[in-house]
Write a protein that binds this ligand. Structure first.
Ligand code: ADP
Ligand code: ZN
Ligand code: ZN
Length: 677
C-alpha cells in the first residue's frame, strides 16, 4: 500500500510542523486544510494539514501514522491558512498555536460525533436566499454617500467611517451590507464589534433587517456546541453575515467580500494574552490579501487609523451630524472642583443638574471608571493600607459583601475589624468607586430609581442585557457605571451625563492614556441627547468634574473637536518618536524574584549586540513593569523599537530564534505592537 506524508500544524509552543504517515491510496487523498487526528506524545490531538508530501526526513522508525482525516469537513481554504500564517509570523508564534484556536473546540475532539451531528443539522437548516433588506430607513445624504462608497468599493479599499456619536454609522453599515449581498449571491460579510454582550442592539438590528439571510455570531460567551454550528455555517458559506468579537477575525469565510469594524478604536480589539493580536490590524491585512473593502468606524478613531486617513492611505468618509433630526450634540461644561468642592464625590452643580432631570422625568448617567466601594482602606493612626499580599496593588473594598478584593489576582479577605498593625478599630475607606457613589445617590435622592452597571453588578450571565433593557425601557432615573456604559448604547431618554473623576488618567506614564481618556469621554458624552429634545425638556449636557479645567484635553472635549485634538497628539507623537511613527515590540519576563526577570532580559539584550542589531533598531534597558508584582510573580520588560516595520520584523525573527535557544527557565513572552507600556 502506498503512503503519503501529512505535514501537520499542532497547537503547541514548539516552532515546528509534524510529519505523519497516511495510506493515501486507500482513501480519498487528504488536502491541505483538512483536519487530522494524530498521536502526539501520550495524547491524540487534532491538527491542520499544511502540506501533503511523498517523503520526509523523519526516520522510518520514528514516523507515526495519522489516526484519521476529517474528510467530511471541507478543508480550510488556502486564504485562511495564509491569514493564520501571516499572524503567526507577524506575532512571532508557531503556526499551529495561531491556527488551531481559530477552530472551535468541538471540531478538535478525538471523536467526530459532534462534528457529524453538526453537519447534519446545518444541512437541514433552510437557508434563505433573499438578501433583500426590510425596514431600511431613508439615509441622509452624508450617510448615503458613505454607504455607496463602501457598498460600491472594489479591490482593497480601507476606509475610515468617521462619524460623530449618534450620526447613524450602523445604518451606513447595514446599507453597505445590503448592496454587497445584492450584488453577489455568495458574498459573506464580517462585522466585528468590541463586545457583543454590551451592544446587543446591533445583532437584533441585523437579524431584523435581513430576514432572508443566515446570520452567524462568534464570540467567547457562546456555548461550545453553538460556537461550532456558527463557525461551520461561516466555513461552509451558508452564513452570509458573521457578527463577532475580535476572535471572529480568524473565522473561515470562503466568500468574504466586506469587513466592517465598528468602534475601531476600542481596546478590546487587542487580545491581551497568549497570541496578542490586534483584530483590527489583522482585518486590514485580510482585506488586503482578499482585495476587498474594509471599513473602520468610529467617532474617535485610533491615532493609527487617523494617521492613515490623514495620509490618504485610508479613505475618510465623514458624518458630521447626528442622524435624528434636531438631535444635537450635548453641551459639554467643566466644573472646577477647586471651587465647587465635591461632597461624596459629586459637586453642587452636578447635584443640581441631577435634581432637575429627576423633576422632569429624564435620565442621567454618571460615569466613574472604578468599580468597588473604595479603592483602598487605611488606618489613620498608623498609616496601614490594604495592600494585596500577592500584587503591587491595593485590595479594593467591596462593602456590600464585607470583603476586600484584589482586582488583579482575585485574592479576597473579610474586611478586618481592626487595623492589623496597631489595632485601631476605625479603618477608613479612601477614594470612591461606583458602589460608594451609588450609596450616596440613594441617600441624596431617595425617591429616584438608581441602577449601577459595572463588572460586579453584571457577573451573572444575561444580567448586563437585563440592566440595559431596564434603562431602555425608561425604568431608571440615574444610571451609574464604568466604561461598560460608555460603549455604543443608544439611550434615548438620557439628557445628562456626569463625569466624576477623569483627572487621574491625565498624568499617566502611559503615552496612550490621553488618547484613551479622550475617546472614552467623547463616547460617554455621546450617550446624551440622542433624540429630538422634547418640548420644554432640558437641553442635553455633559458635566465634567475636574481640577484642571484649563487642560487642552478638556478644551477639545468642550468643542467636540476630535480633529484638532488628534492632530495635536499626532504631532506630539511624531516629535517624541512614538507610534504610529515608530514600531515597537515588548519582551516581558516574569519570575518569583525581580532580579531573575531582569537578568533574563539583560541576557536577551546582550545576545543581540553589535553587528547583530540592524541599523535603526533600538533595544532599551530592561525595567520592572509599573505594576511589578502580580500573583506572586515579578514582571519586567524590555522595549525594542524601530522606525521601520520590516526591519523590526526581521530583527524579531532572529532574536526570538536565539531566545528560544537559550532555553531559559524564566517565563517570557513577546508582544508586537504593544498597547500598554
Ligand atoms: P452611531 O453608531 O453613529 O453613534 P447609531 O447608529 O446608534 O449612531 O444611530 C443613532 C440613532 O439615529 C439611532 O437611533 C438610529 O436609529 C437613528 N438613525 C440613524 N440613521 C437614521 C436615519 N437615516 N433616519 C432616521 N434615524 C436614523
Ligand atoms: Zn493602624
Ligand atoms: Zn493581588
Amino acid at each position: 500500500m502506498s503512503h503519503c506524508i501529512l505535514r501537520i500544524a499542532l497547537d503547541t509552543p514548539l516552532h515546528a510542523v509534524f510529519d505523519y504517515r497516511w495510506p493515501c491510496a486507500a482513501t480519498e487523498r487528504p488536502q491541505v486544510g483538512h483536519l487530522a487526528l494524530v498521536p502526539f506524545g501520550r495524547r491524540e490531538v487534532v491538527g491542520i494539514i499544511v502540506g501533503v508530501a511523498d517523503d520526509t526526513d523523519v526516520p522510518e522508525e520514528k514516523l507515526k501514522d495519522a489516526l484519521a482525516v476529517r474528510l467530511q469537513l471541507a478543508p480550510l481554504p488556502a486564504q485562511w491558512l495564509a491569514l493564520a500564517g501571516f499572524a503567526a509570523e507577524y506575532y512571532q508564534r508557531p503556526l499551529g498555536e495561531v491556527a488551531l484556536p481559530g477552530v472551535p473546540k468541538n471540531l478538535r475532539l478525538p471523536t467526530t460525533v459532534a462534528l457529524d451531528r453538526a453537519i447534519k443539522k446545518l444541512a437541514k437548516t433552510a437557508i434563505g436566499h433573499d438578501p433583500a433588506p426590510v425596514g431600511m430607513p431613508e439615509l441622509n445624504p452624508e450617510q448615503q454617500r458613505a454607504a455607496d462608497a463602501i457598498g460600491g468599493a472594489e479591490g482593497f479599499a480601507p476606509m475610515l467611517l468617521y462619524g460623530v456619536t449618534g450620526s447613524g454609522k450602523t445604518e451606513v453599515y447595514l446599507q453597505a451590507c445590503a448592496q454587497v449581498l445584492a450584488r453577489d449571491e455568495h458574498a459573506q460579510i464580517l462585522v466585528l464589534v468590541p463586545e457583543i454582550n454590551l451592544t446587543p442592539q446591533l445583532e437584533s438590528n441585523i437579524r431584523a433587517r435581513f430576514p432572508g439571510v443566515m446570520v452567524a455570531t462568534l464570540h467567547s460567551s457562546l456555548a461550545e456546541g453553538e460556537r461550532m454550528l456558527h463557525w461551520l455555517a461561516a466555513h461552509q458559506g451558508q452564513a452570509r453575515i458573521v457578527l463577532g468579537t475580535r476572535l471572529a477575525i480568524l473565522a473561515s469565510l470562503p466568500h468574504l467580500r466586506l469587513i466592517v469594524i465598528d468602534e475601531e478604536h476600542d481596546p478590546s480589539y487587542k487580545q491581551q494574552e497568549g497570541l496578542r493580536y490586534s483584530a483590527r490590524d489583522l482585518a486590514v491585512w485580510r482585506a488586503w490579501q482578499l482585495k476587498i473593502p474594509v471599513v473602520l468606524g468610529s467617532a474617535t478613531p485610533s491615532l493609527e487609523s487617523w494617521h492613515h486617513a490623514q495620509s490618504k492611505r485610508y479613505r475618510k468618509l465623514e458624518l458630521r451630524e447626528r442622524a435624528v433630526k434636531q438631535a444635537v450634540l450635548p453641551a459639554v461644561k467643566l466644573i472646577n472642583m477647586e471651587h465647587d468642592k465635591p461632597d461624596g464625590g459629586v459637586t453642587m452643580q452636578l447635584k443640581a443638574a441631577l435634581r432637575q432631570r429627576l423633576e422632569r422625568g429624564e435620565q442621567s448617567l454618571l460615569f466613574l471608571n472604578r468599580r468597588g466601594y473604595a479603592p483602598v482602606i487605611c488606618c489613620d493612626s498608623c498609616g496601614w493600607v490594604s495592600d494585596c499580599q500577592r500584587c503591587t496593588a491595593f485590595m479594593v473594598l467591596h462593602k456590600g459583601e464585607f470583603k476586600l478584593r484584589c482586582h488583579h489576582c482575585s485574592l479576597e479577605m473579610r474586611i478586618p475589624r481592626h487595623c492589623p498593625t496597631c489595632g485601631n478599630i476605625d479603618l477608613q475607606p479612601l477614594g470612591r468607586g461606583t458602589q460608594r457613589i451609588e450609596e450616596n445617590l440613594r441617600e441624596w435622592f431617595p425617591e429616584a430609581r438608581i441602577l449601577r452597571i459595572d463588572a460586579d453588578s453584571t457577573r451573572r450571565k444575561g444580567s448586563a442585557q437585563e440592566a440595559f433593557d431596564t434603562v431602555h425601557r425608561g425604568d431608571v432615573d440615574i444610571l451609574i457605571g464604568t466604561q461598560m456604559v460608555a460603549k455604543g448604547h443608544d439611550f434615548k431618554k438620557l439628557t445628562l451625563v456626569g463625569i466624576l473623576n477623569p483627572d487621574t488618567a491625565l498624568f499617566s506614564q502611559d503615552y496612550r492614556a490621553s488618547e484613551r481618556l479622550f475617546a472614552q469621554l467623547m463616547q460617554v458624552a455621546g450617550r446624551a441627547g440622542r433624540t429630538a429634545q422634547a418640548e420644554g425638556g432640558s437641553a442635553s449636557e455633559v458635566l465634567v468634574q475636574t481640577r484642571y479645567p484649563e487642560h487642552p484635553l478638556y478644551a477639545a472635549l468642550v468643542r467636540h473637536d476630535y480633529d484638532r485634538f488628534a492632530g495635536a497628539l499626532l504631532a506630539e507623537r511624531e516629535q517624541a518618536g512614538l507610534p504610529p511613527y515608530l514600531y515597537q515590540a515588548m519582551l516581558r519576563a516574569e519570575a518569583p524574584e525581580l532580579a531573575k526577570a531582569l537578568e533574563f532580559l539583560q541576557a536577551a539584550r546582550d545576545c543581540m549586540q553589535g553587528e547583530d542589531i540592524a541599523q535603526g533598531i533600538t533595544l532599551n534597558d530592561p525595567i520592572p513593569m509599573s505594576m511589578t508584582r502580580v500573583y506572586n510573580v515579578d514582571r519586567a520588560q524590555l522595549l525594542a523599537e524601530s522606525p521601520s516595520r520590516p526591519a523590526l520584523q526581521a530583527f524579531l525573527k532572529e532574536w526570538m530564534a536565539r531566545l528560544r535557544d537559550m532555553k531559559s527557565r524564566v517565563k517570557w513572552s513577546l508582544e508586537v505592537d504593544p498597547v500598554d507600556i
